[in-house]
Ligand binder design. Structure first.
Ligand code: IVH
Length: 697
């Protein structure tokens, strides 16, 4: 047996070697399309199949495994420390322009022109403008087309060898693509410089996983990327999804004698693309200062909608001859500059932690901050969301914290600097009492929030309820802002919503700092607000889970306020968009006599709206169908399945009878399944239920 196998193996080897080489090239080309071009040409399963073929052959011929094989991305053992490496061409840093106005770009262009000795009348200098990626710089060394080393920047002269970790990045070729275009042959030595970074979606998913495992979350994408690159265990690094953009070269040889030669930075970027590297599609050519300014503005506008973080743009003189003429000052090239965007993260100190009470009684811990300019505005408050968040971040009075404000998102504290904590800083604890009305604060099981149980007894909730009712999207009482509502509630002029309409001119004019004219304006605004619409009025009542869209749907469906107040949960469920939670919330609201009283009194005060006829009831998909659930379903919990069925108009019952339309059975279904079979009731599994729900059954 042994002999026969050897006999077969020997002559087969050259063929297998060729097959292995073909598979490697094939897989490399597919990986490039998948990771770099984002345009795969074969299904994942087909790729996996080819990959497994190569793995099988490599298992058979371990001596034929090459370092650039796609099977060799993850491997190698954990290190004790990284080895230092000297950069043959130093990794330079770049001058930073922190002036975030147009002048940042104009000053650079003026300096370039001066240093090149250009007359004012000379044509515009041509630049390449690129995003400034917020990650960490990396130098990738290829010898004869194969990746042999990846090194961090370090101090620019000496970096750390992080090859094992960098190999796990799918976007980084283990072997240069040689065939693409053929315009640039593969140099003996090629060092590619670029930025390793983490995409925002990958960052969010990673932090979610960290939270689930009860582990520390990362502050931002740059820290997460740096942490992954500096992992001593490549197996861990492989689980931290990283990406790469190429933007420059280090050593390249031979530069002359047949090697690739470029005249411009832009051409060099095209060559990098052809060798298989990701080059940002946002890279552009700009003529002179005007186009640099336009680029800065345009990228600035796109900043928050990109899939990754950038902290500015980089301008580079395009002509390599001009670059050489300009040279360097100390360790910075004169031909490039980084033009920063306003920072989205800043350090500040915590002056206090307040607990705010929302309209529905929700208690939100808020950090009061020393004013800091971040993300384009001055920030003095940052939400800590809820008890768990506050505890996880462990923000304390006196702490120095990093605040982040990106786009229009509300500012948040991303991390505390523990080294700067004052020695006696007290841990924050969520109060068990409402800070405003002292009613008990409770956290329901499965909920993240504490809520004040004071209801409208709580002046904070009352104030919020009034502001909600008076807002522009509800009945709109122009000029009734939070200062005035504070005064009116604190002075006991208003206890309930209808009190608002009982305010006389004199009680308003008697308030502190209230001019007669302003009081008159409020009275008129109140009068005007009385003529409203049913959806606005309904939304203004502030029923939990009833937003504007739901209020409109309810008004359209029922036509009148009385019909809505009297609707049963089942009738409410007939409204598109209304699921069991919303239906129950509406029912509970109108089951409280004091809430019905509020509606009646508001009507008595003169609030009115047009009412209509109820819309024709369009039965939902499962209207009239009764379901019984039994056993454990593969993905849906019992409650989830029930919610889905009810949202589609169906009913869920506890026991099987002849009236049961379907029994939905999972694993370990018991007597209910037997009963269904006995009575001839249709039985569904989870897939069957889902098909029924999406109408494909
Ligand atoms: S060019 C000689 N281009 O910003 C010029 N750098 O100090 C070398 N960076 O360390 C850098 N995006 O980590 C360049 N498009 C870009 C960049 C970029 C991000 C980083 C890089 C460098 C730092 C500037």
């Amino acid at each position: 047996m042994m002999v026969t196998q050897d006999l077969f193996a020997l002559p087969a080897q050259p063929l297998d070697a060729a097959r292995m080489q073909a598979l490697r090239l094939d897989l490399q080309a597919h990986a490039h399309r998948y990771y770099v071009l984002d345009d795969p040409s074969i299904p994942d399963a087909e790729y996996d199949h080819l990959f497994q073929q190569l793995q099988a052959l490599e298992a058979q011929y371990p001596e034929l495994v090459t370092p650039d094989s796609p099977t060799q991305r993850v491997g190698g053992r954990a290190l004790d420390q990284f080895v230092s490496v000297r950069h043959t061409v130093p990794m330079l840093s770049i001058r930073t322009e922190t002036d975030t106005e147009a002048s940042g770009a104009q000053n650079f262009d003026a300096r370039v022109r001066r240093e090149l000795g250009l007359e004012e009348t000379a044509p515009a200098v041509e630049y390449v403008a690129e995003p400034k990626f917020d990650g960490l710089a990396m130098s990738l060394r290829y010898e004869h087309g194969v990746l042999v080393q990846a090194a961090t920047r370090g101090d620019g002269e000496m970096g750390e060898d992080v090859t094992q970790n960098i190999r796990t990045i799918g976007q980084i070729p283990l072997r240069l693509l040689a065939s693409a275009g053929g315009q640039y042959s593969v140099p003996q030595v090629l060092e590619v410089r670029g930025e390793v970074y983490m995409r925002r979606d990958d960052f969010d998913a990673l932090n979610e996983k960290q939270r689930e495992k009860g582990q520390k979350t990362f502050v931002n994408t740059r820290n997460a990327a740096a942490g992954a690159v500096r992992q001593l265990d490549p197996a861990i690094a492989a689980q931290r999804p990283l990406s790469f953009f190429a933007y420059g070269l280090g050593e390249i040889s031979p530069v002359q004698s047949g090697g690739p030669a470029f005249d411009t930075h832009y051409e060099m970027l095209q060559a990098l693309k052809n060798w298989g590297f990701p080059v940002s599609a946002l890279v552009g050519i700009a003529q002179g200062a005007t186009e640099l300014v336009a680029y800065y503005k345009s990228i600035g506008e796109q900043r928050d909608s990109l899939g990754f973080d950038i902290d500015g743009v980089v301008y580079k003189v395009n002509s390599l001859a001009l670059q050489r003429r300009m040279g360097f000052v100390t360790r910075e090239p004169r031909w490039a500059v980084a033009h920063k965007f306003p920072a989205q993260e800043q350090l500040t100190t915590v002056l206090g932690i307040e607990v705010q009470v929302g309209r529905t009684g929700k208690l939100t811990p808020v950090a009061k901050l020393a004013p800091v300019f971040v993300g384009g505005v001055t920030v003095t408050n940052a939400t800590l969301h809820n008890e768990d968040e506050a505890r996880r971040k462990d923000v304390r009075l006196g702490d120095t914290v990093i605040v982040r404000r990106a786009g229009d998102v509300i500012p948040e504290v991303v991390a505390v600097l523990p080294d700067r904590r004052p020695p006696d800083a007290q841990e924050f604890t969520m109060p068990r009492q409402c800070p405003v009305c002292a009613s008990a604060a409770v956290r329901e099981e499965g909920e993240a929030d504490y809520r004040c149980t004071g209801g409208l007894f709580c002046s904070a909730q009352r104030k919020q309820a009034i502001l909600h009712f008076a807002q522009r999207r509800a009945v709109e009482v122009e000029g009734l802002g939070d200062k005035l509502v504070d005064q009116l509630v604190d002075s006991n002029n208003i206890r309930t919503l209808p009190d608002l309409y009982r305010l006389g001119l004199s009680s308003l004019a008697n308030l502190d700092r209230m001019a007669d004219k302003s009081a008159q304006n409020i009275v008129e605004a109140l009068e005007k607000s009385k003529q409203t619409t049913l959806p606005r009025f309904l939304f203004g009542l502030g029923i939990r889970h009833v937003g504007e869209a739901t209020a409109k749907a309810l008004a359209r469906h029922f036509g009148t306020m009385d019909a809505i107040m009297d609707a049963s949960v089942e009738q409410l469920l007939q409204v598109g968009d209304v699921g069991p939670i919303v239906a129950q919330s509406i029912r509970t609201f109108f089951d409280q006599p004091h809430n019905r009283e509020v509606v009646d009194q508001l009507r008595a005060c003169g609030l009115s709206w047009e009412e209509g006829a109820p819309a024709a009831v369009t039965p939902k998909l499962l209207t009239g169908k009764t379901f019984v659930l039994t056993g454990t379903l593969p993905t849906l919990s019992r409650d989830e399945a029930k919610d889905l069925i009810e949202a589609a108009g169906g009913k869920v019952a506890g026991s099987v009878s002849k009236k049961t339309s379907f029994v939905v059975a999972g694993t370990e279904a018991g007597s209910k399944l037997d009963k269904a079979q006995e009575l001839g009731v249709a039985v569904l599994d989870e897939t069957g239920l889902k098909e029924l729900l999406n109408g494909s059954a």
